[in-house]
Ligand binder design. Structure first.
Ligand SMILES: [Zn+2]
Length: 144
């Protein structure tokens, strides 16, 4: 139950109990609330000293400032998961990455997941050959 201070169009103030704020809005819409003094059914909520918030008012969220930080943490965690997956499932070929990637691409090496280091000019070769590869920031070194 919720109590509202109401006011009719004639300016009579009275209090009324409602099941909820929504119940009040519905009863107001159907004009079933009547002023106990003049029986007027044009009822509005009286402005109370408590400051009732109107619908649609963007309430200041206390968690808002924390949200961007949360996203950064999640991105970091996602990167960590990817890095762990790569470390576990990809064969480290180190500086031979480009050579191996091309061999696999041309069918000269066994098809497998590899990881390693590629120089910018080597990346260009891979791109030109249409070899799919993904660059990941080196997270491990930053963590340790
Ligand atoms: Zn009235």
């Amino acid at each position: 139950m919720i109590i509202f201070d109401l006011i009719c169009s004639q300016g009579h103030k009275f209090e009324c109990w409602f099941k909820s704020s929504k119940a009040f809005e519905e009863q107001k819409a159907f004009r079933v609330i009547h002023c106990p003094v003049c029986d007027d059914n044009r009822i509005e909520k009286a402005v109370s000293s408590f400051g009732i918030k109107k619908h649609g008012d963007p309430a200041p969220k206390p968690e808002s400032p924390a949200e961007p930080r949360q996203e950064r943490i999640n991105a970091h965690q996602a990167l960590r998961v990817i890095t762990e997956y790569v470390n576990k499932n990809f064969e480290d070929v180190g500086l031979d990455f480009t050579k191996e990637a091309l061999k696999i691409h041309w069918g000269e090496s066994k098809k497998r997941n590899i990881k390693g280091t590629a120089l910018p000019q080597e990346e260009k070769v891979l791109e030109e050959e249409g070899v799919p590869f993904l660059k990941l920031p080196v997270l491990k070194r930053l963590d340790n």
